[in-house]
Design a protein around this ligand. Structure first.
Ligand SMILES: Cc1ncc(COP(=O)(O)O)c(C=O)c1O
Length: 375
């Protein structure tokens, strides 16, 4: 079979399953992007335009000429925000998670990972091949079973880690972080938290759930992306100075890739104080989320999660596409999320609520979702 025939067969198979994906231009009211605080939609003043010099430089790895003073400034601002020892900027949340895990975890180490963790966490673990324990989503008993069994037979010198998201990207629920950290400590495991969907939205001045819960000194590292609520490209890893030094020397995802241009650094410098002081945006975001969830629950739609990521689980792939299409024709940008992004049989609409949605927009959307689902 030729490569082309193999690809065609795969795509035909996806089409037959109602699971073919295609790129679609943004169209309609944005209830799909992760622009939770509305910055991408201009809720705050426009960012400063970077100088031509900043836009030009940076065409090398950060270990070579790709490093720039602006990144020292961004990293120290971020470390202060999280009251953390050190921060390391990375090009994206995907490479931050994949790079962090594949660098610090060695074959023979043991990693407990929530079964709903993001694909980049799975990819990171695939590279470093630890003994992996996928615990049932947010199930503390299952996690403890794994920790207990591993601690009892832990080979000399082998590490134990627990990896979770703080807000889950597709279910919109929060991990029980205090309990996870407490369990991990009991069995001698370290914890890594992916804060992709909580950065900007939870915690003191928006720095995330780990800081909100006072867990900073009890976790090994947190991973944050700018590409969601902060509305700026790039990501970072937050942890100890030793961890940062180790990653600078060992992390292939940092060493062997072109650094972000410094212009992006000035964007971060411009954005950070705005995010930190944007309590109004956070209040609007959470109020909007409570509003749509209340209406959908009142109308009998089963709801999971508790945040501004509002999953309307429809189960069947084709039905999810059908309802998404109905909503798209009514002027909403809402997408159907199907396996493998979510487990089999749990295709859904992933409604992403933002701070700049008005109460009227929220109510109308809730009405249209209910109508679309019932059609
Ligand atoms: C939980 C989680 N972690 C990491 C990422 C990757 O972040 P980025 O988009 O910056 O690569 C995402 C994005 O989809 C995510 O949902």
């Amino acid at each position: 079979m030729t490569l082309q025939a193999r690809w065609t067969e795969t795509l035909d198979g996806l089409t037959a399953q109602g699971r073919l994906r295609a790129l679609r231009l943004p169209h309609g009211i944005d209830f799909t992007s992760n622009d939770y605080l509305g910055y991408g939609n201009g809720r705050l003043a426009n960012p400063k335009v970077p100088s031509a010099e900043l836009a030009r430089t940076g065409m090398a790895s950060r270990l070579l000429r790709g490093h720039h003073a602006v990144w020292d400034e961004v990293e120290s601002e971020l470390a202060a925000w999280h009251a953390a020892e050190a921060v390391l900027m990375m090009t994206s949340g995907f490479t931050a998670n994949e790079g962090l895990l594949s660098t610090i975890v060695e074959p023979g180490d043991w990693v407990a990972t929530d079964e709903l963790n993001h694909a980049c966490i799975s990819e990171g673990l695939r590279i470093c091949r630890p003994r992996k324990f996928a615990f049932r989503h947010n199930d503390l008993n299952h996690l403890e079973d794994g920790l207990r069994a591993e601690a009892a037979k832990r080979p000399e010198g082998r590490q134990m880690l627990v990896v979770t998201e703080s807000v889950f990207s597709m279910d919109g629920d929060r991990a029980p972080l205090v309990e996870i950290v407490t369990l991990a400590e009991r069995y001698g495991a370290s914890v890594i938290v992916d804060e992709a969907h909580s950065t900007g939205c939870f915690g003191p001045r928006g720095s995330g759930c780990v800081d909100e819960l006072g867990l900073r000194s009890r976790v090994l590292a947190t991973v944050h992306t700018g590409g969601k609520a902060l509305g700026v490209t790039g990501a970072y890893i937050c942890g100890s100075r030793l961890l940062r030094d180790y990653l600078v020397n060992k992390c292939r995802h940092l060493i062997f890739t072109t650094a972000l241009p410094p212009a992006i650094g000035t964007w971060w410098i411009d954005r950070l104080p705005k995010v930190q002081s944007d309590n109004l945006g956070r209040e609007q975001l959470h109020a909007n989320a409570r509003r749509i969830r209340a209406v959908l629950i009142e109308d009998g739609l089963p709801m999971i999660g508790e945040t501004f990521i509002v999953p309307v689980v429809l189960g069947d792939d084709r039905n999810a596409v059908r309802v998404a299409t109905v909503l798209q024709t009514k002027g909403y940008d809402i997408r159907a999320i199907r396996p493998p992004s979510v487990p089999l049989g749990t295709a859904r609409l992933r409604v992403s609520i933002h701070a700049d949605h008005s109460p009227e927009m929220i109510d109308q959307l809730a009405f249209d979702i209910i109508e679309g689902v019932r059609q």
